[in-house]
Write a protein that binds this ligand. Structure first.
Ligand code: DGY
Length: 348
């Protein structure tokens, strides 16, 4: 699909993206916009080299693509200056290779914070109240009357939410769980989240002033402390060498037998094979996963587990957010092609 065929700068998007604002922005700045409409979901490096062609000023790409040496050298040969991932995470991008070829890299932080946190909160509630299992039960025609023991789950109020990685998304999730469900907070992050701490303190004081049990917070000195103490644990670290299999056989054992584990960050943060074993051995342990170790595949057995809720990497999938991500990605590319004022630099 080609927009503004006579535009001076050639910008390629490896996928159709929501909304038209990003296309209009590029057209207004004299870009010819080419959108790949290839049916297969994941494009190979060769597919993308072909898309880049002989002349390409900038590319908007996706987290499913392997942006390394081959693609950045191809983009540089085509005269390219910028690449933007349409994602906040950029573990699929070799930033050193981009630097080597003089290509600037952008990502799309900010616009997906609340949307992603809302999905983590949704999975937490769905797991706590066994909503997916209950829905399947109804559809299968098994419901034949109210019973005291039917789908009994966990009350979140007064329990402890554990957050690993209290950046933008982790902090937004923590606020939702604390204020929405009156949970206590324990978090682990290399950096202190002062704003989050102030928020929970103020909310605790508000509850106390209204005669309710105040919520509390603690910054843990290790991840293990969070795993041991929290009832619901949500993972929000970036994926890098230090966070690969952060949750493994040992850490799973350290968690409460009836804990809930949520992952809306990146799949390889959890050793998924170990998780499947743990789910089998501990039927009260529940998990809500938006991401998988070898996406789009799942480790054998995961899909059979009743104590797992699995959704296809949709944490940022609200209309407003996805349009915002596309717009930000276009601005990132324009920022380098034309020194357009907005530039989301992953290192900022
Ligand atoms: C991201 O942005 O990194 C998410 O995984 C997709 O929105």
């Amino acid at each position: 699909e080609v927009w503004n065929p006579n535009g001076k700068y050639r910008v390629v998007s490896t996928k159709p993206m929501p909304g038209t604002r990003w296309i209009n922005l590029l057209i207004e700045q004299d870009c010819r916009v080419e959108i790949c409409t290839e049916k297969k979901t994941i494009l190979s490096v060769e597919d993308i080299v072909a898309l880049i062609g002989d002349k390409c000023d900038g590319v908007i790409g996706q987290l499913t693509e392997d942006w390394g040496e081959v693609l950045f050298s191809a983009l540089s040969r085509a005269g390219g200056k910028a690449f933007s991932n349409m994602a906040v995470g950029y573990n699929n991008v070799d930033v050193n290779a981009a630097n080597k070829y003089g290509i600037a890299v952008g990502n799309t932080p900010g616009v997906l914070t609340e949307t992603t946190a809302e999905l983590a909160a949704s999975l937490s509630l769905a797991a706590a109240r066994r909503i997916v299992e209950a829905d399947e039960f109804m559809r299968a025609g098994h419901y034949d009357g109210w019973l005291p023991n039917l789908f009994v789950g966990n009350l979140l109020k007064g329990q402890t939410v554990g957050v690993i990685g209290a950046g933008r998304i982790g902090s937004a999730y923590a606020r939702m769980m604390v204020e929405g469900f009156k949970m206590n907070l324990i978090y682990f992050d290399l950096y202190q989240s002062t704003r989050l701490e102030k928020f929970v303190t103020a909310y605790g004081e508000f509850l106390k002033a209204n005669g309710e049990v105040p919520v509390t917070w603690r910054r843990a000195s290790s991840m293990d402390e969070v795993l041991r103490e929290a009832d619901v644990i949500s993972l929000h670290p970036v994926l890098d060498k230090t966070t690969f299999h952060l949750v493994n056989k040992e850490s799973l054992k350290a968690m409460k037998k009836d804990a809930i584990l949520i992952n809306c960050s990146r799949g390889p943060v959890i050793d998924e094979a170990a998780l499947v074993e743990h789910l089998k051995e501990n039927p009260m342990f529940r998990v809500g996963l938006d991401v998988f170790e070898d996406e789009p595949y799942m480790k054998p057995g995961l899909a059979d587990m009743k104590n797992a809720i699995i959704v296809p990497h949709i944490a940022s999938a609200s209309k407003w957010t996805r349009e915002g991500m596309a717009t930000l990605a276009a601005l990132n590319v324009l920022g380098k092609i034309k020194q357009y004022p907005v530039w989301a630099d992953p290192n900022r």
